[in-house]
Design a protein around this ligand. Structure first.
Ligand SMILES: Cc1cc2nc3c(=O)[nH]c(=O)nc-3n(C[C@H](O)[C@H](O)[C@H](O)COP(=O)(O)OP(=O)(O)OC[C@H]3O[C@@H](n4cnc5c(N)ncnc54)[C@H](O)[C@@H]3O)c2cc1C
Length: 413
């Protein structure tokens, strides 16, 4: 008998899960209330981050905490009234960022990250999606020599322990690599392995196109209508009710809205981010993405222009967009690069789906036979979508998983 699954959420993670299941013979319906890739997967920095073996820890240094608490930073912003809702997950995040526990998270995270390029290429090779993948790496630039030296020492450790590739650039080498930079900097780390995606939405659409071309079905519907139907599951869609034996929750930051009523309430919390595109003046060029290490914003050359993406904002789910960090980052970005006008009239906003132990949730949904989780990929969901798709599909099909799924199991919360 054909196995069947509903995949809820058509972001990079859900699309990748759906495609991997389809390729294993599942009858799959991928359901989203919008088009594929219109959530966080739309507007991210476009980096497939082979270097990101260290997930973002909660800061533990007092000076750093004081700086963030002032709420005037470019990299982190918060809505004071939202803070009570974040206390519990952030305390757990802080607890898990203690050095010994953090090392455990790094070891588990690095195992997923190590596969990200192979898993993207396994989907993209031989298709039009390859044109979106640029193997150019990205630059983390520094103005303080001491900060550069510290970061280079960490990069050496990452190379030794996790096979991460990089090149050290001094100020002159950086100026030669990016001749349109308007200011001299101490230098940069060039992460040489990562891929820069020229249009992250187009990449999700390309994988979704493979899914439908191979017989998968897309439907529009609200995932919160998920109900048990006999031994399986049912969701209401614009084309009527859809039923399947199994269901995968791949709803990013909204996952809890569906898992909660099923008795599973993981402490997922959102870190918002914004983007805006800009032209470049005159003959200026940006050859590869650059992250300003001190201010924490990224400038990435994309199809739509130079995309400026911001750091983390903590706000209530229903609070209106407050692109404060974009307003703070833009003058610094203009001092760095000859940016021309804004391309869009309003900034884009998306939400990174985060967990307090910095690891995604991939595996069985506790207490609900036939239900599965694939969410919580935080800062690296574009990177880890195909890896997650393969891992979960292997688990659902009873194949030997290509990496141990134990660290990502849902029961840990
Ligand atoms: C500013 C910014 C920069 C980033 N940069 C990078 C980067 O360079 N590299 C990287 O790897 N990652 C990056 N990320 C993180 C990455 O974008 C996310 O981790 C990733 O997109 C999460 O994918 P997802 O499929 O889990 O979620 P999403 O893409 O958010 O998909 C979830 C889907 O669920 C749907 N949905 C939600 N609720 C319902 C409902 N009730 N019914 C039906 N459908 C519903 C949504 O419409 C959405 O399509 C960045 C994020 C931000 C915000």
């Amino acid at each position: 008998m054909t196995q069947s699954a509903i995949v809820l959420g058509a972001g990079m993670v859900g699309v990748s899960v759906a495609l991997h299941l389809r390729r294993r013979g599942y009858d799959v319906v991928l359901i989203d209330r919008r088009g594929p890739g219109e959530g966080a997967s739309f507007g991210n920095g476009g980096l497939i981050q082979r270097e990101a073996v260290y997930p973002h820890p909660f800061p533990r240094a007092l000076a750093e905490l004081r700086r963030i608490a002032g709420n005037r930073a470019t990299d982190v912003h918060y809505h004071p009234l939202a803070l009570p809702g974040f206390v519990s997950p952030l305390l757990r995040y802080w607890w898990n960022s203690e050095p010994t526990r953090y090392l455990g998270a790094v070891q588990a995270y690095a195992k997923l990250i190590a596969t990200c390029l192979d898993e993207h290429y396994a989907l993209a090779r031989g298709t039009e999606a390859m044109a979106l993948l640029r193997p150019i790496g990205w630059l983390r630039i520094f103005s303080q020599p001491e900060a550069l030296a510290t970061a280079l020492a960490q990069a050496e450790t990452a190379r030794r322990d996790y096979g991460v590739g990089f090149a050290a650039l001094d100020g002159a080498a950086l100026a030669a690599a990016e001749p349109s930079l308007l200011v001299a900097r101490a230098g940069a780390i060039h992460w040489t392995d990562p891929v820069s995606v020229s249009d992250p939405h187009a990449l999700t659409l390309a994988y979704a196109g493979m899914f439908t071309a191979e017989g998968g079905r897309l439907a529009t519907g609200d995932a919160t209508t998920l109900r048990r139907a006999g031994a399986g599951w049912q969701v209401q869609t614009e084309a009527g009710p859809v039923e399947a034996a199994e269901v995968v929750v791949a709803l990013g930051a909204a996952a809890g809205q569906v898992t909660g009523p099923l008795g599973y309430a993981p402490p997922i919390f959102g870190k918002r981010g914004y983007h805006m595109h800009y032209g470049l003046r005159g003959n200026a060029v940006l050859h590869r993405p650059i992250l300003d290490a001190e201010s924490g914003f990224l400038l990435a050359p994309m199809r739509a222009g130079i995309r400026l993406t911001t750091g983390a904002e903590f706000a209530r789910t229903d609070a209106p967009a407050t692109p404060v960090q974009l307003e703070r980052a833009e003058p610094a970005a203009r001092a760095l690069l000859p940016l021309a006008d804004r391309v869009e009239s309003a900034p884009w906003m998306g939400v990174r789906p985060c967990t307090p132990d910095m690891l995604p949730i991939i595996g069985k949904l506790p207490g609900q036979p036939g239900a599965w989780c694939a969410f919580g990929h935080a800062h690296q969901g574009l990177t880890l979508g195909p890896t997650t798709g393969r891992l979960l599909a292997e688990m659902m099909c009873g194949e030997a998983p290509f990496v141990s799924p134990a660290p990502y199991r849902a029961e840990r919360f």
